[in-house]
Design a binder for this molecule. Structure first.
Ligand code: NI
Ligand code: MN
Length: 229
């Protein structure tokens, strides 16, 4: 069974791993780039990096309908569990062997209020090691931090990195991130959704591929990338 990575636009990602469906930061309602509606999505698991509306997004609706398990930091889970969602808590630096692989929660330099303004704990990213041993790093919303080098030491197959600037790393720092992480493949995310995060992704791809050995895979919303590489 082919494992697949799916880009839904903005930071909304999908993973199909060993027949299980995962969504990461499922933001469809109000996402101008989304090609599908939240009601069409299936998910066994939903991973939430932080509480901002463009990340927690449609988690409640999708998780309720699919009886998905949500993986997030305890403060976000508490909020979701109060809405009847079931979850699995992870904390920064901690990981757990799920049916789809080993999932570890990583640092992110950002903020994380809950919808409504409550305390959402620390923002995060995720590092998934699939059952086949591929390592997928999904950075979430973050600025550049030097500990990305530690993440890179694990040997990253694919890194999904924000390049939009303003709220996250911009193109220059995202290039420095690629140099720290040294992934085989990079998928740029969190850009061109709104005017504030407009970037020339083609120019970024050329720079990264000229200055590093990473291959940049630019996915349009709805496109998938086979994790057989
Ligand atoms: Ni955010
Ligand atoms: Mn965001």
């Amino acid at each position: 069974m082919t494992n697949r990575f799916i880009y839904y636009g903005h930071s909304s990602l999908g993973l199909e791993i060993g027949g299980l469906k995962l969504l990461v930061d499922p933001f469809f309602t109000g996402n101008p780039k989304a090609k599908v509606g939240a009601s069409e999505l299936k998910a066994d698991y939903i991973l939430v990096t932080h509480g901002h509306g463009d990340h927690i997004g449609d988690t409640v609706e999708i998780a309720r309908r699919n009886k998905s398990t949500v993986v997030a930091i305890p403060e976000i889970l508490q909020y979701l569990e109060s809405k009847g969602i079931k979850g699995h808590p992870l904390q920064l630096g901690g990981g757990y062997h799920f049916a789809f692989g080993y999932l570890k929660m990583t640092l992110a330099l950002h903020s994380s209020p809950l919808p409504g303004g409550g305390y959402g704990g620390n923002p995060a990213g995720f590092l998934l090691t699939t059952l086949e041993g591929q390592k997928i790093y999904m950075a979430g919303d973050t600025g550049l931090f030097y500990d990305m080098k530690l993440i890179g030491e694990e040997g990253i197959s694919l890194a999904a990195l924000p390049i939009g600037d303003n709220y996250t790393m911009g193109p220059d720092d995202a290039l420095r991130a690629v140099k720290l992480i040294q992934p085989k493949v990079v998928v740029p995310i969190h850009y061109n959704t709104f005017d504030l995060i407009r970037q020339d992704v083609g120019a970024w791809k050329r720079r990264v591929e000229a200055e590093t050995s990473a291959k940049v895979v630019v996915l349009n919303p709805g496109e998938t990338f086979s994790l057989e590489f």
